[in-house]
Design a protein around this ligand. Structure first.
Ligand code: UDP
Ligand code: MG
Length: 324
């Protein structure tokens, strides 16, 4: 990427992954540009088109035509939120980098407060939601459950009610980019880096336009990715479940021996069937857990590129990334 982009080092880069955000982008750009130019003239806005099906890329090109601060990155296909954000972080050259959603759920105006926090010595300033407008009770309930589970399962402190909305120092971004994993859970990975990480409370708004690109299936995938990449506790649970069921079956054996001593030999069909079904189910469940980890291991060992860039647009210049 460095070979394509000149070695500019703006004070701040704003990185936003965009998937089918044609309706929000102009408003988003306007508010980000206002927030940045209120602080400094030295900024860039990196908009990553994550293989959108609508006119998102055309809007990004039009924005880049009018505003030299805009850098458009077009991915070859849809890679998902976390990888699109990673692509943006690769391209961003800023001394500090703010990661933000393009749907205006996170207010770009917080940049000033985040920059001030970083001036005080923070390495990472992350937004922490004190309220979330326009979310269904289902999303709130599942998100709450997810964070409770995750903190129980992992030793990395992953603060509750945070998203990927954050300002990071160049050092943190560079360290983040050294992490090669495909199953990316950005907020956890940044947490793992450590240093001085400061929360900044804010109100999360409803989307400016369109609907969430996270249907239930993607949410589940995201949650499983997060848990498997930050905890091996589920693997250890198998050991405990195994011990407990072994203990229970010992009791069952004693009971069977007692029955036998009383000459009761035929009774017990129901309990046998139940035990077999229960153990069968349990074994499949545990195999499934192993499979989740194994599958991820396979994905990681392939070492494929995290994302593929089709072209990069900076100002009037379009750099097609060669296809071979
Ligand atoms: N997004 C993306 N690729 C995807 C899905 C989403 O780049 O495959 C972007 C989307 O455009 C938005 C951000 O990721 O800027 C967060 O997505 P969304 O608002 O749908 O998630 P939610 O806020 O509902 O969790
Ligand atoms: Mg959103």
């Amino acid at each position: 990427m460095e070979t394509i982009r000149t070695k500019l080092r703006p004070l701040v880069s704003v990185v936003a992954p965009c998937y089918n955000e044609e309706e929000s982008l102009r408003e988003f750009h306007g508010r980000v540009a206002a927030a940045c130019s209120g602080l400094t003239g030295s900024y860039e806005i990196v908009l990553v088109d994550d293989g959108s099906k609508d006119a998102t890329w055309q809007v990004i090109e039009a924005l880049a035509d009018d505003d030299p601060h805009v850098v458009g990155v077009r991915l070859l296909r849809n890679h998902g939120h976390q990888l699109a954000a990673t692509a943006g972080l690769h391209v961003a050259n800023g001394e500090r980098v703010m990661l933000i959603d393009a749907d205006l759920q996170d207010p770009p105006e917080l940049l000033g407060a985040m920059m001030a926090c970083m001036d005080e010595g923070a390495d990472v300033v992350y937004g922490q939601r004190v309220s979330r407008e326009g979310e269904t009770w289902f999303k709130l309930a599942t998100a709450g459950l997810f964070y409770r589970m995750l903190t129980k399962l992992t030793s990395v402190p992953i603060p509750r009610d945070t998203g990927d909305f954050r300002l990071m120092s160049r050092r943190v971004v560079d360290l983040f980019l050294l992490m090669p994993e495909r199953q990316r859970f950005i907020r956890g990975m940044v947490s793992w880096i450590g240093g001085n990480q400061v929360a900044l409370p804010y109100e999360r708004h409803a989307r400016f336009a369109g609907s969430s690109k996270y249907p239930l299936s993607k949410m589940i995938r995201f949650a499983v990715d997060a848990i498997t990449s930050f905890s091996t506790v589920p693997l250890r649970i198998a050991v405990w479940v195994g011990l407990v069921t072994a203990g229970l079956s010992m009791l069952l054996l004693l009971y069977a021996l007692y029955q036998w001593s009383q000459n009761v030999v035929v009774a017990g069909w129901a309990s046998i069937i139940t035990a077999i079904a229960f153990l069968g189910g349990l074994q499949m469940l545990m195999l499934g857990v192993f499979g989740e980890y194994l599958g991820r291991l396979v994905q990681e060992t392939k070492g494929r590129p995290l994302f593929m860039v089709k072209s990069i647009r900076a100002g009037k210049h379009l750099h097609e990334v060669p296809s071979n």
